[in-house]
Design a protein around this ligand. Structure first.
Ligand code: ADP
Length: 478
């Protein structure tokens, strides 16, 4: 019954315009339990480009989990199983670390210019395969194809940027306190880096960690999210093709706590870089203490978007819409609270609702789609919990507020009015297509409300850490 429903939904959501993909059917590793024609065509195109990888990458070799276990990667728009990927754990991770450690000695000895050339080639290959990568991303993550293409460009840009910056890792000369001394700071790569990434940006979160690490001579073990490993594996394949040597970039996925623990316990891993939830970030930070690893964390946020009485309403609507609904609200910099001054509140709310109504919910493979599904059922349940909490405390639903009629994990783009600081919608990340409108009186009130959060404050241990910081940290002396 559930299967038949999923098949009907898959057929209903089948896209019509997927970057000119042919409609030939797929075979092989696909368990096409509920495969819609267009998803199958997209996968066939990705496979034909040689980018449908399902094994981990260790020491330049594509490897199954040692016990043969696999995990299913699901299309959140349809429930169809896209592929079964290797489900790895501590043993595979230890081997990936060993391989990265061995390769560190040769990779770090290359000149910045030599490393830069390989990275530049990787960038070029990502760009020349951008449509296949975008299709893969939409299939496994659900984001609209236009956003996926945007992410491929954005993700590739980190490789391009750091390929250049690697040539400019300058040192310092420090005036000594003794006349017969000379003090020089020479920046060196730290060693093996463990990079753990989330599902909401399946490519960009990887390239912005791996780009700077490889550029300055580090080697890397990446653990992508189990929800979106296919884009990561495809990108790793392109890295090999670009001449990034075997062992410089390794990818393992599967049992997250086991992989995480193996990375933390290893004395060869000198740095952990992580983007994801605050809870997991804290665990990684604590677990890094034993071996005194360097740590870069990019955790949750609670971004306010502030609209004052004198705002240009068109600009404010456009900006708020983009800031809130990118990737269906599933980014850590999405506007989590929209603070609106009382004088413009009604006018803004009605224009904003109109704009939100124009968003097209659907399968991301459809070119007209601007809102894809949420990543999974747990994500929808979280949104439902937040909505229930808000309405029980006096907020009112101005638009949406429930699951979308498309089923699966689609949720209606939602606007909630009169949100206050005692509600979950104000205090925590909804990570969904819900725009809470919070009225305020004065600029001081707005600033107070905006800062009334434990995210984003430098005095708080939980704050966003941007990639520029990451680059400088990776380059620190051992
Ligand atoms: P999100 O809520 O965005 O999924 P998570 O923090 O759960 O955030 O996941 C981000 C990344 O962290 C994913 O790759 C996930 O598999 C990984 N992860 C989750 N738990 C652990 C853990 N105990 N150790 C290491 N990595 C983990």
């Amino acid at each position: 019954m559930a299967m038949a429903m999923a098949m009907r939904r898959a057929a209903a959501l089948g896209a019509r315009h997927i970057l000119g993909a042919s409609s030939s059917s797929s075979s092989g590793i696909l368990r096409s339990r509920h495969m819609s024609v267009d998803a199958a065509a997209a996968l066939e195109r990705i496979r034909a480009a040689g980018l449908l990888r399902t094994q981990g990458l260790i020491g330049g070799k594509w490897i199954d989990a040692y016990d043969g276990k696999t995990i299913e990667v699901e299309n959140p728009a349809t429930g169809e199983i896209l592929a079964n990927v290797s489900c790895m754990g501590s043993r595979e991770t230890s081997d990936a670390i060993a391989s990265a450690h061995t390769t560190f000695y040769s990779w770090s000895k290359l000149t910045a210019s030599e490393r830069s050339k390989a990275l530049r080639k990787w960038y070029d290959l990502i760009i020349s395969n951008k449509e296949e990568l975008a299709l893969l991303m939409t299939l496994e993550q659900g984001k609209p194809i236009k956003e996926a293409l945007g992410e491929v460009n954005y993700g590739a840009s980190f490789i391009e940027y750091f390929a250049e910056e690697a040539k400019r890792i300058y040192g310092d000369i420090i005036p000594p306190t003794l006349s017969d001394r000379r003090l020089l700071v020479l920046k060196q790569p730290v060693g093996v880096v463990g990079a753990i990434t989330p599902w909401n940006f399946p490519l960009a979160m990887i390239t912005r960690k791996v780009g700077p690490a490889l550029a300055c001579g580090c080697t890397v073990v990446v653990k992508p999210s189990e929800f979106t490993p296919l884009t990561a594996l495809a990108a790793a394949d392109l890295a090999l093709q670009a001449g990034i040597p075997a062992g410089a970039l390794n990818v393992v996925m599967g049992n997250a706590p086991e992989i995480g623990d193996a990375l933390l316990q290893s004395t060869q891993v000198r740095k952990i870089t992580f983007t994801g939830s605050t809870a997991v970030g804290k665990k990684l930070m604590a677990g890094s203490a034993d071996t005194v690893k360097k740590v870069s964390l990019e955790l949750g946020g609670n971004a306010p978007c502030i609209v004052f009485d004198d705002a240009d309403i068109d600009v404010a609507i456009k900006g708020s819409l983009a800031a809130k609904f990118r990737n269906s609200g599933q980014t850590c910099v999405c506007a989590n609270r929209i603070l609106v001054q009382e004088g413009i509140y009604e006018k803004f709310a009605s224009a904003f609702i109109k704009a939100v109504q124009s968003l097209q919910v659907g399968n991301g493979l459809e070119e007209s789609t601007s809102q894809g599904p949420l990543i999974n059922e747990a994500a929808v349940q979280k949104v439902e919990k937040f909505i229930k909490d808000a309405t029980s405390k006096g907020a009112h639903i101005m638009l949406g507020g429930k699951r979308h009629s498309l089923g699966m994990t689609f949720y209606e783009p939602t606007v909630v009015g009169n949100v206050s600081n005692d509600m979950l919608l104000f205090r925590e990340e909804a990570f969904g297509p819900v725009a809470p409108l919070v009225p305020f009186k004065t600029e001081e009130d707005a600033i107070h409300m905006a800062n009334d959060t434990n995210a984003g404050s430098l005095s708080d241990p939980v704050y966003l850490n941007y990639y520029f910081f990451l680059f400088s940290l990776v380059c620190q002396a051992l």
